[in-house]
Design a protein around this ligand. Structure first.
Ligand SMILES: Cc1cc2nc3c(=O)[nH]c(=O)nc-3n(C[C@H](O)[C@H](O)[C@H](O)COP(=O)(O)OP(=O)(O)OC[C@H]3O[C@@H](n4cnc5c(N)ncnc54)[C@H](O)[C@@H]3O)c2cc1C
Length: 486
């Protein structure tokens, strides 16, 4: 039986492990941390449970497709709940918009803030749906090996959407800042500024405003556990606390790994660890990309996160909340153009215990706060504390809930932790951004150009950042491994 090693156990590795085990290969997954899930690990303390990374479950069809590809049903592994409303955007004190996947409702909101704008919204959502069908049902399932993968009559008709930014498209008609921020928010998941993201990516708006925001019971970690269980049922084996130090090669072929000092032989290697780090596990001559290449790329942001336990129940707030009371554009400059700690950051807060009581002790709430920040910036406890107080003050003021004296647990997580825990380049949280010049075949390749039998998956290669793309990435890369070995 042919043997495959998978480095890392993030979503793309879990996906690849399941597909490859189904093909009948012997699959061993090596994860340096003590639990699986990568950036989607779980943190439990004093009865509180936190998803450390992803919290938004979008594009449910991608997850359903994963389970059905493997001959299974998602509902046999975890349950989903549609959040209604999906989330709330605060713009000022007690001034907010609740988002729902309901076109009539959204049109009424648009008309309230900018009379006449519902006409644009309807057209925009129709186009976003068409783009979703082209991109997520087809294009993203191609391995990014050739520009020709993107060429067909449907994409040629939409060439103009690749050449103009989503910001330009939206702001040409939408003038009210609440509304254009609402429409530009979803592409932030792709890791770049809306002014640097092609309008074609408005399929993210369809995912948001039409398909809705879902919650897997037990949190995103329930999805990690489900995928691990499925991969194990198919025969994959998981090894945690298993740090890979080297990828060995023989006559130009990937031939094995050194894990915790032990040399192990394999017929092929697939790495879901950060691409840059994986290449450091090879001798320099065998790396496909130079340090200069990585430095020239637009990375998706890092993040400053706080996981907090609150000793009372909160009313009148939502599971997901965005705080857009400061300038979106100025914060983006501090992330991408002149990387530094943001002067006036936007932030996100999530309170899953409002939906799922199992996340906090009875009568308590768990909350996560997230500020997107530039990669590679100085990260100290003093800076983290300063930002915690800044956003807590704003949270209290905007929501009308003063939780300052009710926090009984607090853990922070940022750049230094991303580097230490995941070998992340510059402490990136979300991988390599999806800009026009970093799309599909223009991203780091899924197949090593220098070492035969070495493949990559995850948020630095195709299709890009996010959990649904990670599932797809694992599928694409496992298909190439299968072809190579068979
Ligand atoms: C804070 C945060 C919030 C997010 N929010 C969302 C969201 O709401 N919705 C969404 O869809 N996406 C979200 N994302 C993005 C999403 O979580 C990621 O795109 C996805 O989980 C990345 O999966 P991956 O397969 O690329 O690998 P990763 O999760 O990065 O896993 C890589 C694994 O490789 C391991 N590894 C590294 N080096 C070695 C080594 N030498 N030996 C062994 N193992 C090694 C690491 O420990 C890690 O477990 C978020 C990410 C973060 C960080």
């Amino acid at each position: 039986m042919k043997k495959i090693a998978i480095i890392g156990s993030g979503f793309s590795s879990l996906s690849a492990a399941a597909y490859l085990a189904k093909e009948g290969f012997q699959v061993d997954v090596f994860e340096k941390n003590e639990t699986v899930g990568g950036r989607a690990r779980q943190y439990q303390q004093e009865g509180f449970t936190f998803d450390m990374g992803p919290t938004w479950y979008w594009m449910p069809d991608v997850f359903e497709r994963f389970f059905s590809d493997l001959g299974k049903k998602r509902e046999d592994y975890y349950q989903l709940e549609l959040l209604d409303p999906s989330y709330r955007i605060y713009y000022a004190e007690n001034e907010y918009i609740d988002i729902k996947p309901d076109e009539e409702y959204l049109c009424s909101i648009f008309e309230k803030y900018q009379p006449g704008s519902a006409v644009f919204l309807r057209k925009f959502l129709k186009e976003a749906k068409d783009n979703y069908n082209i991109a997520i049902k087809d294009l993203v399932y191609r391995p990014g090996m050739s520009p020709l993968e993107l060429v067909n009559t449907k994409t040629m008709k939409r060439l103009h959407l690749f050449l103009k930014s989503i910001q330009k498209q939206v702001r040409s008609k939408i003038k009210h800042p609440y509304l254009f921020q609402l429409l530009e928010f979803p592409v932030l998941f792709l890791g770049a500024k809306p002014s640097n993201t092609p309008a074609f990516y408005n399929f993210m708006n369809y995912a948001d405003l039409a398909m809705g925001t879902w919650y897997p019971k037990g949190g995103m970690y329930a999805v990690v556990e489900a995928m691990k269980k499925l991969a194990e049922e198919l025969g994959a084996e998981f090894h945690t606390d298993a740090d890979v130090h080297k990828i060995s090669t023989q006559n130009g072929n990937a031939s094995g790994l050194i894990v915790n000092g032990n040399a192990l032989s394999f017929d092929s290697i697939l790495s879901g660890a950060d691409y840059h780090h994986t290449e450091l596990l090879l001798d320099e001559a065998k790396r496909g990309y130079s340090e200069k290449y990585w430095k020239s790329k637009t990375f998706a942001p890092s993040a400053l996160l706080f996981y907090v336990g609150i000793n009372r129940k909160l009313k009148g707030i939502l599971h997901h909340m965005l705080f857009f009371d400061e300038s979106f554009d100025k914060h983006a400059i501090d992330i991408y153009d002149t990387p530094q700690w943001p002067k006036k950051p936007l932030f996100y807060a999530s309170f899953p215990s409002l939906t799922d009581e199992s996340c906090a002790p009875e009568g308590y709430e768990n909350g996560t706060f997230l500020i997107p920040i530039a990669t590679g910036i100085t990260d100290t406890n003093e800076i983290r504390e300063e930002y915690f107080h800044k956003i807590l003050h704003r949270f209290n003021r905007l929501t009308g809930h003063d939780i300052s004296n009710d926090i009984i647990l607090k853990k922070s997580y940022s750049v230094n932790d991303f580097i230490k825990d995941y070998n992340s380049y510059g402490g990136n949280a979300y991988g390599l951004a999806n800009t026009l010049m970093q799309t599909a075949f223009l991203r780091p390749g899924i197949k090593s150009s220098k070492v035969k039998g070495l493949y990559f998956s995850g948020q630095l290669t195709v299709p890009g950042p996010g959990v649904p793309p990670a599932l797809i990435s694992g599928k694409l890369s496992s298909e190439l491994v299968t072809k190579y070995l068979k």
